[in-house]
Design a binder for this molecule. Structure first.
Ligand SMILES: Cc1ncc(COP(=O)(O)O)c(C=O)c1O
Ligand SMILES: N[C@@H](CCOP(=O)(O)O)C(=O)O
Length: 462
C-alpha cells in the first residue's frame, strides 16, 4: 500500500513511513493511493467478532507488510486492553432507530484514545526497530493532547510537546495534560486559539531544518494512522445494527474533520452508509461551506464544546482531494487561497461533497437544552460535543434508517457545562478521582514559531 499527498508533490511512502512522517513535505496530508474495499460477505463476517479482531481485519489492508500479522495483532491487543468497557465502543439506544456510540471508555475519556493508544503502540514498535528518537509536536483543543500524553508518557524514544490554547480548554482536559510527572511530557499553554496552535505545528513541519534536526513526528489527525484507527468503530457499530444487509447513517460532532473523514473512508471501503452528517457548534464553518460552497474562517468563538472550537479544519483538505478527483494541484491552489483568507468550492466538487455529507449546527442554548432533555427522557448524560451531535441528528435523521450519533467524550471532562445544563454533576472514574489534587507542570508560550522551536530544541538537548 502506497501513500500519496493531497497536494501531489511529496514523496510516495509506505504506511510506516507515512505514519512516522506526519505532514507531507509539500504541506499536504497523506492518504492511501487506493482505498481497499471489503465485499458484503467480508463485512457480514465481522458480526460477533471482538473489537480487536474487527480492528485487525479493517486496518490490515492499509498496513501492507510493514508489520507482521502477529506483531499487528499484539499491537491492537495492547492498545485496547486498558479500555473500561468490554465492547470498547458500546452502542446505546436513545430512541426508535437512534443510537449513541459511546467512544469515551478509553484511558482519557474521549474518542481520541481509540487512535492514540494504537499509534502509541505502533510508534513504539517502529522506533524499537529503527533505534531512533522522535520529537512529537501536537496541537490540541483539549482531547488530542491528553490522549497523546497518555499514550506516549514515559517512553525513552519520544519527547511529546503539546500546544493547547491558554484558558480555552476545560479544567479536566488541562489537568490531564499538565499533571503527568514523566519528564518526556511537555505541556505548552499558548496564547491564541486552537487554529493558532495547529498552524504553528504545521509551520514546524514546513521548517525543514527544524523538522529534520529534531526528528519531528505528528500525532494530530494529519497522521493518517489516526484516521485509520477511527474507521474501525464505524464498521463495528454498523454491523451490530445489521450491516451490510441494512444501511445506517452517522452523525459526527465535528471540528477538525478527522472523525467524520474516517466514516467517509469506511463508506468508500464498502460499508453501506446512507448519510454522514457533520454536526458543528457555533463555529460552524463546515456547515456553512457545505451549504454555500464558501470556506472563509471568520474567527473562533469560545463555546461550551471547546474541543470543536475550530475554523481551519485540517482534514477537510482530504475530503476536498476526493471531491476534486484527486487533483493535488487544485487542492494546493485552494490551500493557498485559504492562507490568503478563504476559498470557494467549485460546483462539481460541492455536489460531490453533498452526495455524501449532510450538515447542521447547534447553538449554545440548544446544546444545553439537548443535554437536559436527553437526561430527563433517557437518563443518558451527554458531554456538550455529543449533545451537538444528538441535536443535529434529531433534526436531520430519516426515521427509516438507523442513525448512530457518535458520543465523543465523557461528560465528566466538562462538568461545569453539563451540571449547568442538567443539574447533574458528572463524576470522574475513581482512577482519576485525585486529578484536582495533583500538581501541575506547564509552560506559558507566545504564539511565536521561533520561541516554540527554541523551547523544544532546548528541552530535548537536556
Ligand atoms: C470531544 C470531541 N468531540 C468532537 C471532536 C471533533 O472531532 P474532529 O476534530 O475529528 O472533527 C473533538 C476534537 O477533535 C473532540 O475532542
Ligand atoms: N478536537 C481536537 C483538535 C485536534 O484534532 P486532531 O484530530 O487533528 O488531533 C482536540 O481535542 O485536540
Amino acid at each position: 500500500m502506497k501513500y500519496i499527498s493531497t497536494r501531489g508533490k511529496a514523496p510516495v511512502l509506505n504506511f510506516e513511513q507515512a505514519m512516522m512522517t506526519g505532514l507531507a513535505r509539500d504541506g499536504g496530508l497523506y492518504l492511501p493511493e487506493t482505498i481497499p474495499t471489503l465485499s458484503p460477505d467480508d463485512i457480514a463476517a465481522l458480526a460477533g467478532l471482538s473489537y480487536e479482531e474487527t480492528a485487525f481485519r479493517i486496518m490490515k489492508p492499509f498496513i501492507g507488510d510493514c508489520f507482521t500479522d502477529d506483531e499487528f495483532r499484539d499491537i491492537i491487543a495492547k492498545a485496547y486492553a486498558g479500555f473500561g468497557h468490554a465492547a470498547r465502543a458500546p452502542l446505546v439506544q436513545l430512541d426508535s432507530n437512534h443510537f449513541l456510540l459511546e467512544l469515551f471508555h478509553g484511558p482519557t475519556l474521549a474518542f481520541k484514545d481509540f487512535a492514540m493508544q494504537l499509534i502509541g503502540q505502533l510508534f513504539q514498535a517502529s522506533l524499537k526497530r529503527s533505534g531512533g528518537h522522535v520529537t512529537i509536536a501536537g496541537a490540541t483543543s483539549g482531547d488530542t493532547g491528553s490522549a497523546a500524553i497518555e499514550a506516549f508518557k514515559g517512553l525513552e524514544a519520544v519527547d511529546v510537546f503539546i500546544l493547547f490554547p491558554h484558558g480555552r480548554v476545560s479544567e479536566v482536559q488541562r489537568r490531564q495534560m499538565t499533571t503527568p510527572a514523566e519528564s518526556n511530557v511537555h505541556a505548552l499553554a499558548m496564547d491564541g486559539h486552537f487554529d493558532d496552535c495547529q498552524a504553528r505545528v504545521k509551520d514546524m513541519f514546513n521548517d525543514f531544518d527544524f523538522r529534520d534536526g529534531v526528528h519531528l513526528a505528528g500525532v494530530n489527525s494529519i497522521n493518517f494512522a489516526r484516521v485509520l484507527a477511527q474507521v474501525v468503530y464505524y464498521f463495528s457499530s454498523a454491523v451490530s445494527l445489521g450491516a451490510p444487509q441494512r444501511k445506517v447513517s452517522f452523525t459526527v460532532p465535528t471540528g477538525n474533520f478527522g472523525d467524520i473523514f474516517a466514516g467517509y473512508i469506511a463508506k468508500r471501503m464498502g460499508l453501506p452508509i446512507d448519510r454522514l452528517v457533520v454536526a458543528t457548534n457555533q463555529n460552524d464553518i463546515l456547515h456553512r461551506c457545505l451549504s454555500s460552497g464558501d470556506y472563509r474562517p471568520d474567527g473562533v468563538v469560545p463555546s461550551i464544546s471547546p474541543s470543536m472550537d475550530i475554523q481551519v479544519s485540517s482534514n477537510f483538505e482530504r475530503a476536498l482531494f476526493y471531491a476534486y478527483d484527486q487533483d493535488g494541484a487544485a487542492v494546493a491552489q485552494l490551500m493557498e487561497e485559504l492562507s490568503a483568507g478563504g476559498f470557494t468550492v467549485s460546483q462539481g466538487a460541492l455536489q460531490a461533497l453533498r452526495e455524501v455529507f449532510d450538515s447542521g449546527h447547534c447553538s449554545e442554548a440548544e446544546t444545553s437544552a439537548t443535554i437536559r432533555t436527553l437526561f430527563d427522557t433517557t437518563g443518558e448524560l451527554l458531554c456538550p460535543h455529543s449533545a451537538v451531535g444528538v441535536k443535529v441528528a434529531n433534526e436531520l435523521r430519516d426515521a427509516d434508517v438507523p442513525m448512530i450519533t457518535l458520543a465523543t467524550a465523557h461528560p465528566a471532562k466538562f462538568p461545569a457545562a453539563v451540571e449547568a445544563a442538567s443539574g447533574q454533576h458528572p463524576d470522574l472514574p475513581t482512577r482519576m478521582a485525585d486529578l484536582y489534587d495533583r500538581s501541575e507542570r506547564v509552560s506559558r508560550i507566545a504564539n511565536d514559531l521561533g520561541a516554540i522551536e527554541d523551547l523544544i530544541k532546548d528541552r530535548i538537548a537536556k
